[in-house]
Design a protein around this ligand. Structure first.
Ligand code: SAH
Length: 249
């Protein structure tokens, strides 16, 4: 059977759920991204998400949702271009859809696996993306490098590590005033309580927790927004591997 490779446009669903919708160019870029990912997936094993509707919901909608709500909220008062880092981007999520949706932002796509970054490097010219920089490296090393430490406005993490580990990866990279967005599945108030002291140690506070369901399969998701309010102590992030082996409490 020939697989249907056309992405659904979902214009109304985009509009209803996010008060945003892709223009014709963005729609074509999403389609091409999908085709390139499916074709590379046959030999690179990049993602388990391969049907058009799954790709739309879990890779496009889910990636972009976390930042559109932010744009529509009064909390955003700074209209200048955002410097964004997607930590553990894998095949480019959530960073690539965000680069396509917000061409005036700049997105650094970081992953420790060279093979995945090499794949993203091949995608960028084909998608005509010029506002993204792929980078091979570990969050723990970047966080201690002066050219990266405390330089980003927004840090994104999806499916990379538990929240406390994600906080240690992301917060050192942010400017004071910047925002870490942790994409999570289900999230409880107990988890918020447990995360509080960790975030405080790193110079941030939990600004909000949003719980929602995805629009096609009604899956539960949450987003944690961590606001950096002070300089992160120099000891964080700890050396490579330590945050994951011995998470902060
Ligand atoms: N964010 C993507 C991929 C998740 S898989 C998505 O949601 O689809 C997790 C990825 O994080 C892997 O590609 C892995 O190589 C990367 N990763 C894990 N720990 C990392 C670290 N400390 N620094 C950079 N990348 C890391």
């Amino acid at each position: 059977m020939v697989q249907d490779v056309n992405l659904p446009e979902m214009t109304q669903l985009w509009q209803q759920t996010l008060n945003w919708q892709p223009d014709a160019l963005q729609q074509r870029q999403f389609q091409l991204l999908y085709e390139l990912l499916v074709s590379a997936n046959q030999h690179l094993n990049l993602t388990r998400i391969t049907t058009p509707i799954d790709f739309w919901e879990k890779h496009l909608w889910d990636s972009i949702r976390a930042v559109t709500l932010l744009l529509n909220s009064p909390a955003i008062t700074n209209p200048s271009p955002m410097g964004v880092i997607d930590i553990g981007t894998g095949a480019g999520f959530p960073g690539l859809p965000i680069a396509l949706a917000f061409p005036h932002w700049h997105i650094t796509l970081l992953d420790s696996t060279r093979k995945k970054v090499a794949f993203i490097e091949t995608l960028l010219p084909q998608l005509e993306i010029d506002n993204a920089t792929p980078l091979t490296g570990r969050a723990e090393e970047l966080g201690q490098q002066p050219q990266h430490r405390q330089t980003y406005d927004i840090a994104l993490l999806r499916a990379v590590a538990p929240a406390s580990v994600g906080a240690e990866y992301s917060l050192p990279l942010l400017k004071v005033g910047g925002l870490a967005i942790l994409y999570r599945g289900k999230w409880t108030d107990e988890e918020t309580l447990a995360l509080n002291p960790v975030v405080k140690k790193l110079g941030a506070k939990i600004e909000s927790v949003e719980r929602f369901t995805t629009p096609v399969t009604n899956s539960q998701r949450s987003c944690l927004y961590l606001r950096k309010v002070a300089t992160t102590p120099a000891e964080f992030p700890r050396p490579i591997g330590v945050p994951a082996q011995n998470p902060l409490v």
